[in-house]
Design a protein around this ligand. Structure first.
Ligand SMILES: Cc1ncc(COP(=O)(O)O)c(C=O)c1O
Length: 383
């Protein structure tokens, strides 16, 4: 059902807005489908909140609004059945900053962080920035979907590994890990006394109608005690340019370790990000529901189209607005450049530790998606 209230079909020219996504192809006729932001205007309730704040005109140092931690806690309970205390929240200017902080806080120099690949690139770069190692365990395909290889995971935990970095829902495969999968991951982490960091930034973007995101820390108090959950309104409400994220850390010693690493270096979120998050979690649910319905329509259209494109393999996207595509059967020397030459800008799987794959962001008006798919079809003609 198209939303009558919110117009996701509107094509908005982002080229004059210094958009990173559109700047990459400035002056070229390439539809950008690489970085993970959406070509939709955010929720009207967020725009209204920001307009109120702008009209005030004074932009001094700003604390998180007093009601914000409670609003976030209520939203986690409402949306995911996850009970958190407002004082478990540690504010961050971005989730990637959080990834860098946790690598330094919970693994020492010479120690390592473990993660499953393919994976969102900062999972690989954040530990390295801090001089920490990265141990990679490849996901495996099982029954037509991407899964953890639990035996390989168990074997990969050397004494140097101190942190398990989990992306849930998973960027780039679009998997929503089941309760059974999450429990097994957590059990392995507990057996080896690892801190678990769960990046759940895509939690609001569950596309399958019968599924709800399961926060890892909500499974069991013993799991929660060793888990840092990273969250943000930025993906779901399309406000990553406003710079606001947070960690939920129930264990006081873990929270203190994070704060020590952040002290004097990590800035607080800016006023706009804080007020936008307030409006998103308090008032943004109707918009989110309409967004998910629209994204589901885009996903279904994309999945039908990809089935008929020769040489490409892809997987059902359970959550996120990102499709993961295997181009290896085409034996292209540079898949991203090939599609760019035909007017579609995809993200390079090599950055995710998976050369030969590409990631396609389908969070755009349907006319743009259809045009991109037509261009991809032409790109494949004659190979
Ligand atoms: C899994 C994941 N974590 C973090 C981020 C980025 O978060 P932020 O913009 O708050 O740094 C993204 C953006 O695509 C993401 O997909």
């Amino acid at each position: 059902m198209p939303s009558r209230e919110f117009d996701f079909d509107a094509v908005i020219d982002r080229r004059a807005s210094a958009s990173s996504k559109w700047n990459r192809y400035a002056g070229r006729d390439v539809i950008p489908m690489w970085v993970a932001d959406m070509d939709f205007r955010t929720a009207p309730c967020i725009v209204a909140e920001l307009e109120r704040r702008v009209a005030h005109g004074v932009f001094g140092y700003t604390d998180p609004p007093a009601e914000l931690p409670g609003v976030v806690a209520a939203a986690m309970a409402r949306d995911f059945g996850w009970r958190i205390e407002p004082d478990w929240i540690v504010w961050l200017p971005s989730l990637v900053v959080g990834l860098n902080v946790v690598a330094r806080a919970f693994a020492g120099p010479g120690e390592a962080v473990l993660t499953a690949t393919p994976i969102y690139p900062p999972f690989l770069s954040a530990p390295r920035h801090g001089g920490r190692g990265v141990v990679q365990v490849p996901l495996i395909e099982d029954g037509g979907r991407w899964c953890w290889d639990f035996d390989a995971l168990e074997r990969a935990v050397t004494p140097a590994v101190r942190v398990l970095l989990l992306c849930s829902p998973h960027n780039p495969t679009g998997r929503m890990w089941t309760q059974a999968e999450l429990t097994r991951i957590a059990q392995i982490a507990m057996r080896h006394d690892l801190v678990i960091v769960a990046d759940e930034i895509h939690a609001g973007l569950a596309l399958d109608a019968d599924r709800r995101h399961l926060p890892l820390a909500g499974l069991d108090p013993a799991i929660a005690q060793r888990t840092v959950t990273l969250q943000s309104a930025s993906k779901t409400w399309n406000i990553p340019g406003l710079g606001c994220a947070f960690a939920v850390v129930s264990d006081p010693p873990l929270r203190a370790r994070m704060r020590r690493v952040m002290a004097g270096i990590v800035a607080d979120p800016g006023a706009m990000g804080l007020f936008a998050a307030l409006a998103a979690y308090r008032d943004g649910e109707p918009w989110r529901r309409a967004l998910v319905a629209y994204l589901r329509g885009n996903r279904d259209r994309l999945e039908r189209a990809l089935e008929s494109l020769p040489g490409l393999r892809s997987w059902h996207v359970e959550a996120t607005y990102l499709a993961w595509i295997d181009t290896r059967a085409l034996a292209l020397e540079a898949p991203v450049r090939h599609f760019e030459a035909h007017g579609v800008g995809l993200h390079d799987g090599a950055l995710f530790a998976a050369p030969g794959f590409v990631r396609l962001n389908f969070a755009c008006p349907r006319v743009l998606l259809d045009e991109a798919l037509a261009r991809m079809r032409r790109a494949l003609d004659g190979i």
